[in-house]
Write a protein that binds this ligand. Structure first.
Ligand SMILES: C[S@@+](CC[C@H](N)C(=O)[O-])C[C@H]1O[C@@H](n2cnc3c(N)ncnc32)[C@H](O)[C@@H]1O
Length: 400
């Protein structure tokens, strides 16, 4: 997997592929809520795929893997190409933050309480007027001074300051690179590298604090690791999927799934696969760090999680709107007269309202078959608190 992701269907992607394969409709498979693309990946070299997700960083990874045709060069020479710009920004930021880097070094080589205090006192855009001013200036800087977002927003929390400086310096090198066809690959690898080291439990709603000896040891260990080194590894893990011919027929969309199916933008559709969120956790809150890094747009920032306020929200994660969202989904797909395959666990939000997907879908489709699988859900400590939960995962196969 590229980035660890809540609700990934990696464990059952082959079931989904086989179920879709059993439907006889010719045409492309649309993965409406594609996340990290495990279902699209399982369809490689079979049906052409269209992915869609509301979060733009996921789309960059999908483009890098499912629609890019070729890399302009192998990873080693790509790194040689990026290195001078990376080094230049690294030098500037290291100099600018030399006092804070020295404090960080003392905190990391001191006691657990030293690190607790360092993280508590750390200034960032959410709590410091000086940082907000610096962010406003960086947002409109046309020079290398534009590249400071991770340092101003996420240092001494999600990342060490040293790592945040590396994150900004890699982004500076990527934005200055002239091989525009490689951009999604480089940005996807940059996000993936950051996700490997991020001080958070798989999602990034909040960062972890050194509240125990083991948490302290883990943060000290992780904060000693280099983002550039992870970036080198990630350039290989964000690999092209399938053949060039298969990729050349795929497409990637970014936006609300319900808008996509209601606006007639989709062509040559054979089957629609929908894996909507099934809890009250809005993905945009749980993955805001990667979304803000990808967009690099210096948003507002607030709360302990240093979260942006203009986050995408979906009715699928609201008890008051989940039923209407399912009706919208089923109504629009039935109108396109193609099969709909929905993944949804027995423990989903709809169940809390004593409804199943079949109850809604059968109002629009002639036949709704329910296939059930026992699965381990990765909640990653979302609203349920636990990190793994055994649940019945259902596939609803809806045909006209
Ligand atoms: C359960 S996850 C999908 C996981 C994916 N199948 C995988 O294996 O990685 C749900 C995804 O839907 C996205 N999402 C939530 N509401 C959406 C909406 N209304 N339109 C499009 N995407 C949405 C989230 O960002 C998240 O990536």
């Amino acid at each position: 997997m590229v980035v660890r992701y809540m609700g990934t269907k990696r464990h059952m992607a082959d079931h989904v592929r086989d179920t879709i394969g059993d439907l006889t409709h010719a045409g492309r498979v649309v993965d409406l809520f594609s996340g990290m693309g495990s279902v699209a990946e399982s369809l490689q070299n079979t049906a052409s795929v269209v992915t869609n997700d509301a979060l733009s960083f996921t789309a960059a990874l999908s483009r890098a893997r499912f629609t890019a045709l070729q890399r302009s060069a192998e990873a080693p020479s790509t790194l040689v190409r990026l290195r001078p710009a990376y080094d230049a920004r690294l030098r500037e930021l290291t100099q600018k933050y030399s006092t804070q880097l020295a404090s960080e070094h003392r905190a990391l080589t001191g006691t657990r309480l030293d690190l607790v205090e360092y993280m508590q006192r750390a200034a960032h855009v959410g709590n410091s007027a000086a940082h907000r001013r610096a962010a406003r200036a960086a947002a409109v800087a046309s020079t290398s001074e534009h590249y400071e977002l991770a340092s101003l927003y996420f240092s001494a929390g999600y990342l060490s300051l040293q790592q945040a400086i590396e994150v900004d310096s890699i982004r500076s090198a990527i934005d200055g690179d002239t091989q525009l066809n490689d951009r999604d690959w480089l940005l996807g690898a940059w996000i993936t590298a950051t996700s490997v080291l991020v001080n958070a439990p798989g999602h990034t709603a909040q960062f972890l604090r050194p509240n125990s000896a083991s948490a302290h040891a883990r943060i000290v260990r992780t904060w000693g690791r280099s983002v550039w080194d992870e970036f080198i590894i990630a350039l290989d893990s964000v690999a092209l999927v399938g053949t060039e011919k298969w990729r050349s027929n795929n497409s990637v969309f970014v936006g609300d799934a319900l808008d996509l199916i209601s606006t007639g933008q989709l062509r040559d559709v054979g089957t629609i696969y929908a894996d909507p969120p099934y809890t009250k956790d809005q993905y945009s809150r749980y993955y805001h760090v990667y979304e803000t890094l990808y967009r690099y747009d210096y948003p507002d920032s607030s709360g302990a999680g240093r979260n942006r306020s203009d986050r995408f929200t979906t009715g699928f994660s609201l008890k008051s709107a989940v039923v209407a969202s399912f009706h919208d989904l089923c109504r629009n797909v039935a109108r396109m007269r193609v099969p709909l395959v929905v993944s949804y666990p027995s423990s989903g939000l709809l169940t809390e309202l004593d409804l199943t997907v079949a109850d809604v879908a059968s109002q629009y489709f002639n036949d709704v078959e329910t296939l059930s699988f026992e699965a381990n859900h990765s909640t990653m400590g979302g609203s349920t608190g636990t990190s793994k939960k055994t649940a019945t995962e259902n596939l609803y196969v809806c045909t006209i």
